[in-house]
Design a protein around this ligand. Structure first.
Ligand code: FES
Ligand code: FES
Length: 174
């Protein structure tokens, strides 16, 4: 057992004793009732279970949760799909997913949303030239599986968000 200390969506949870073999996915879904993070393949192959990890240097990255022990997140700060909207207001990316009909069953959506958000934050820190945009989005979403709408609608949605605020995400002259 480990006394897990973790911050989720900005809220520091008091230490919780968890088994060392408990996965992060079970911790979120079964211990905390946060079922927005999905369980798909259970084998690190679909990324429907991906969350955002905020690193101490201000950068962020996504991580699967289905095969990763909860205790490996001890002392870390993470974000899940439940943390995107603020005071009932959807983010630009959430709105774009809806506008593009990017999902049907929604099983993959939390993973795509977290990946897209991490991409936006990365580009805001380090803008790219316009010519790199399509490959950059495709690379970010690589590994995320969707059995319903395919991938182009998610791709178009995040592209729209980037181009709607291009001075933030696209390098000058790019
Ligand atoms: S459920 Fe985690 S990668 Fe598929
Ligand atoms: S919307 Fe159903 S799997 Fe992607």
């Amino acid at each position: 057992m480990t006394a897990l200390r973790i911050t989720i969506n900005g809220r520091a949870h008091p230490p919780m004793d968890v088994r060392d073999d408990l996965t992060m996915n079970d911790f979120l879904r079964e211990y905390l009732g946060m079922t927005g993070t999905k369980f798909g393949c259970g084998a690190a192959q679909c990324l429907s279970c991906a969350i955002i990890v905020d690193d101490p240097d201000g950068t962020s990255h996504t991580s699967p949760t289905c095969v990763v022990p909860a205790v490996s997140f001890d002392g870390k700060s993470i974000r899940t799909v439940e943390g995107h909207a603020k005071n009932g207001e959807l983010t630009a990316l959430q709105k774009a997913f809806i506008d593009h009909f990017a999902f049907q069953c929604g099983y993959c959506t939390a993973g795509f949303l977290n990946e897209g958000q991490a991409l936006l934050e990365r580009l805001a820190k380090k803008p790219i030239v316009r010519g790199q945009l399509e490959a950059t989005i495709a690379e970010a979403f690589d590994g995320h599986l969707c059995r319903c709408t395919g991938y182009i609608k998610y791709h178009e949605a995040v592209r729209d968000v980037i181009l709607a605020d291009s001075s933030r995400y696209i390098a000058a002259g790019g």
